[in-house]
Each structure stands twice: as structure tokens, then as C-alpha cells.
Design a protein around this ligand. Structure first.
Ligand code: DC
Length: 226
């Protein structure tokens, strides 16, 4: 297998470093990067903006079917998210979206439409995808799978810094409580709960620098094509 055909997946809870490491992995391997969380976030944003009832699975599915969600990549694999043509990237971390995205992501019909779109992107390989169910449900046949985790404290601290950089002022303890709440929803939902695939490599990023994690990930990917 040529390295350009590889499919690499990252799963794990919020703030474990998935997006950063996945993006850098895609950049290093010259692969496509797909942050699947942003697809759920884009739908949650549209639902909140249009006042759609977040408990109404059918209405949400209709909304999703009418929505074009495009993830555009820069050379450094930074992503811009276009929702029906509009760049909504900077709105996807808003508190209203954080508060509603887990509800949207709970529905089987929504997940199955998202999974269809995600698989279409991965069809020809050369892709790094991150989320909660990528190694278990979306791409169980992926070549190299990672499960990233970290202590709640470290994850909250990272999200705090991220949100601060985006100009949001939030309370660290409140943020940790929100993350814990979203974790609970992600771990316990009926459809595609967050869990580590049996063949996923576990990396605890609590005390690890990004460079170290990236080096380990790239070694695993390269070992795979030898
Ligand atoms: O990774 P993130 O924080 O941007 O994800 C936002 C939400 O979407 C989170 O509550 C979990 C959900 N999600 C999911 O259920 N499945 C995915 N593949 C990706 C994200």
C-alpha cells in the first residue's frame, strides 16, 4: 500500500488534542483533513439560527438534507467551514452551538446522513478524519486508528485557551463542567457512543507536547506502509 492511500482516524473526548494532531498529521502526509465535529456544529448552528426544535429529529434531518456543508482546506490544513456557501467557521464555537451540538448529534438519522457524507470523502484514501465514532462506525476498516485522551483539567485548560484566543471570555470551572456534561452525553448516547475501537492506539496527551504526539502518530503511520 502506498502511503497516499492510507486512512487515518482520531477519536476521543473534547479537548484531547484530536483536531490539532489530526490537522498536523494531514499536513505532514499531504492528506485531506476532515474534522467531523464541525459538520455537527454547522447543523446545530443552522438549527439554532432558524429556531428549529432541537428535539425534533425529522425537522433536523430535513434541515440537514437541505444543507450544504463544505470543509475547505488551506495549505496548512486549517479549515474553513462553509454552510450553504457562507463561511461560518468563526461561529461554530459559540456558546449556543456548544450547548446544542450534543443534542443534534444524538439522533440516529442525523448520524447516518453525516456518516454517508464522511465516507464519501474518505473513498479514495489519503485522508485523516477526527471525531467520536470514526474508528468504530464511520471507517472501521481504517488503516491506522488513534484514540486520544487527557485529564479533564488538561482538556478544559486547552479549550479555555482556544476560546480565549477566539475572543470569548468564559469561566474555567464552568467550562470544565460543560465539557464533563458533553463527555457524559457523548459516552452514553444510544447511537454510536464515544468509545475506543479495539484496534485504536491509545495516546494520553495530558502531559505530552504536541510535537511528541505528532512524532508518535507519524511513526505509526509510516510503519504501516513499510
Ligand atoms: O469535536 P467537537 O467538540 O467539535 O464535536 C462537537 C460535538 O459533535 C460533540 O458533542 C460530539 C459530536 N460529534 C459526534 O457525535 N460525532 C463525531 N464524529 C464528531 C463530533
Amino acid at each position: 500500500m502506498a502511503s497516499k492511500d492510507l486512512i487515518v482516524t482520531f477519536d476521543g473526548p473534547a479537548g484531547a488534542g484530536k483536531s490539532t494532531v489530526a490537522r498536523l498529521t494531514a499536513k505532514a502526509l499531504n492528506f485531506l483533513y476532515l474534522d467531523t465535529g464541525s459538520m455537527y456544529r454547522a447543523l446545530a448552528l443552522k438549527a439554532v439560527t432558524q429556531g428549529v426544535d432541537l428535539r425534533d429529529e425529522e425537522q433536523l434531518l430535513d434541515l440537514l438534507r437541505q444543507s450544504q456543508i463544505v470543509l475547505e482546506q488551506g495549505v496548512d490544513r486549517s479549515m474553513r467551514v462553509r454552510l450553504d456557501g457562507d463561511d461560518v467557521t468563526d461561529l461554530l464555537r459559540a456558546p449556543e452551538v456548544n450547548a446544542s451540538v450534543s443534542l443534534v448529534a444524538e439522533f440516529a438519522a442525523i448520524r447516518s446522513e453525516m456518516v454517508k457524507r464522511q465516507r464519501a470523502v474518505a473513498e479514495s484514501g489519503g485522508v485523516v478524519m477526527d471525531g467520536r465514532d470514526i474508528g468504530t462506525v464511520v471507517l472501521p476498516y481504517a488503516d491506522v486508528k488513534f484514540y486520544l485522551t487527557a485529564s479533564l483539567k488538561a482538556r478544559a485548560q486547552r479549550r479555555f485557551q482556544e476560546l480565549k484566543n477566539l475572543g470569548y471570555s468564559i469561566d474555567l470551572d464552568q467550562l470544565a463542567a460543560d465539557i464533563q456534561h458533553r463527555d457524559a452525553l457523548d459516552f452514553s448516547r444510544t447511537h454510536s457512543p464515544l468509545r475506543r475501537a479495539e484496534d485504536a492506539i491509545l495516546i494520553d496527551t495530558t502531559d505530552a507536547a504536541i510535537d511528541e504526539v505528532l512524532a508518535q502518530v507519524l511513526t505509526e503511520c509510516r510503519n504501516h506502509v513499510r
